[in-house]
Design a protein around this ligand. Structure first.
Ligand SMILES: O=C1C[C@@H](O)[C@H](O)[C@@H](O)C1=O
Length: 316
C-alpha cells in the first residue's frame, strides 16, 4: 500500500477551462477555454495562481495557439513543472467512415498524437494519458456513464486505432497509459479491460480516472487493487454520487450532470479519495493529477481549497 505522503500530485488547470458561458445561468452551455484562441493571454496568470495555491506541478497542455518554446517559457516563468499530458484518438466511423490502412487520411489521423509525443519529449516527459476521443456530438455525451449503444465492431475499431497510437508514442519513447473517460467509447469496465487485455503491458500501461470510474458505477479502489501492477499515473476528482447515480438512472446528459454539480473540490464530494489512493501499490512513482472539472467556487479559491485538502490528506 502506498503512503499518501510519498505520492507526487499535480493540479490540472481545468477549473479555469471548463466554465459556464454565462456564470449567472447554471444551464448555459459550457466552454472549453483550452480551445479558445484568446486564452493564451490569460494562461500565465492561471499558471501563477496554480503556483500561488501551493502546487509545483501542472498537467502539460500546450495550446494550439502557441509554440513549444513559448509554452516552456510560460511554465518556467510560473515556477512550475509539468506532469504527463493527454492524447485522444477518435474513431473514423464517428467522422464520416472507417479509415482504411495505407490511406493518406489514416496516416494523418495520428498527427495529433505525434504532436503530443513531440510536446512530451520536449518537456522532458516519458509518459502520457491515452484516451478515446471526447466527442460532444456522440450519442454517449447525451447518455453518459452507462455504456450506451455498445457495439463490439466499434470497440474493435477503437482498439485498432488506440493500438496504432501506442506505436506512434512508443516510437518516441513515450509510454501511454490507458485512460477511461465517461462519454467516450472507453467508459465501462468491459471496455477498458478489453483494451488493456488486447494491448500488451510492455507497450501500454493503465492511467485511470477515479472520478470517471465511480461516475460509471465502478468501484475505483477495486480497480486499483486489480490493475495495480499496470497503473502508471492517475486522474483523481471528487464527485457527488447522487448526481452520478441520477445520470445513470434518469439519463442526464454529460453537460446536465456537470451543471448540476457532479464535480466537487476534493473533500467536498462523496468519494473516499484517501482510501482509494491507499490501494496503490507500495513504491508507486506515477503522478496523481487532481482535477476539479467544474469549480464550486472561484477557480483560484478552488485551487487554494484543493491545496489545503491535499496538505491535510498527506500529513503523516
Ligand atoms: O481526462 C480528462 C480530460 C478532460 O477532457 C475531462 O474534462 C476530464 O474529466 C478528464 O478526466
Amino acid at each position: 500500500m502506498a503512503s499518501l505522503s510519498s505520492l507526487t500530485f499535480s493540479l490540472n488547470a481545468i477549473q479555469w477551462i471548463n466554465v459556464l458561458s454565462d456564470p449567472s445561468d447554471p444551464d448555459s452551455p459550457g466552454l472549453w477555454r483550452f480551445a479558445d484562441p484568446t486564452f493564451v493571454a490569460e494562461y500565465p496568470d492561471v499558471l501563477a495562481q496554480i503556483r500561488n495555491a501551493g502546487f509545483d506541478t501542472t498537467m502539460m497542455e500546450v495550446l494550439d495557439t502557441q509554440t513549444l518554446q513559448s509554452y516552456a517559457r510560460m511554465i518556467a516563468d510560473a515556477g512550475l513543472r509539468v506532469s504527463p499530458g493527454y492524447a485522444q484518438v477518435p474513431v473514423g466511423s464517428a467522422h464520416g467512415g472507417r479509415l482504411e490502412k495505407g490511406t493518406f487520411e489514416r496516416a494523418h489521423w495520428f498527427d495529433g498524437v505525434r504532436r503530443k509525443a513531440e510536446e512530451s519529449t520536449y518537456m522532458g516527459l516519458s509518459r502520457i494519458f491515452l484516451a478515446a476521443e471526447v466527442d460532444y456530438a456522440a450519442p454517449r455525451w447525451e447518455h453518459p456513464a452507462v455504456g450506451y449503444d455498445f457495439d463490439q465492431d466499434r470497440l474493435d475499431e477503437q482498439l485498432e486505432l488506440l493500438d496504432e497510437a501506442v506505436d506512434v508514442l512508443n516510437a518516441e519513447g513515450v509510454r501511454p497509459g490507458l485512460h477511461n473517460h465517461v462519454g467516450t467509447l472507453v467508459e465501462t469496465q468491459q471496455e477498458y479491460e478489453y483494451v488493456l487485455e488486447n494491448i500488451d503491458a510492455s507497450r501500454l500501461g493503465a492511467a485511470f480516472d477515479i472520478g470517471h470510474l465511480e461516475w460509471a458505477g465502478i468501484d475505483a479502489r477495486a480497480v486499483l487493487e486489480k490493475w495495480g501492477d499496470r497503473v502508471q499515473d492517475l486522474h483523481i476528482k471528487d464527485i457527488d454520487l447522487d448526481v452520478a447515480r441520477r445520470t445513470r438512472e434518469e439519463g442526464l446528459s454529460y453537460e446536465k450532470a456537470t451543471n448540476l454539480g457532479l464535480y466537487r473540490e476534493p473533500g467536498l464530494g462523496d468519494l473516499d479519495l484517501v482510501g482509494i489512493l491507499g490501494a496503490l501499490p507500495d513504491g508507486f512513482d506515477g503522478t496523481v493529477l487532481i482535477e476539479v472539472d467544474r469549480a464550486s467556487m472561484d477557480p483560484g479559491e478552488s485551487a487554494t481549497y484543493t491545496a489545503g485538502w491535499l496538505a491535510e490528506a498527506t500529513k503523516s
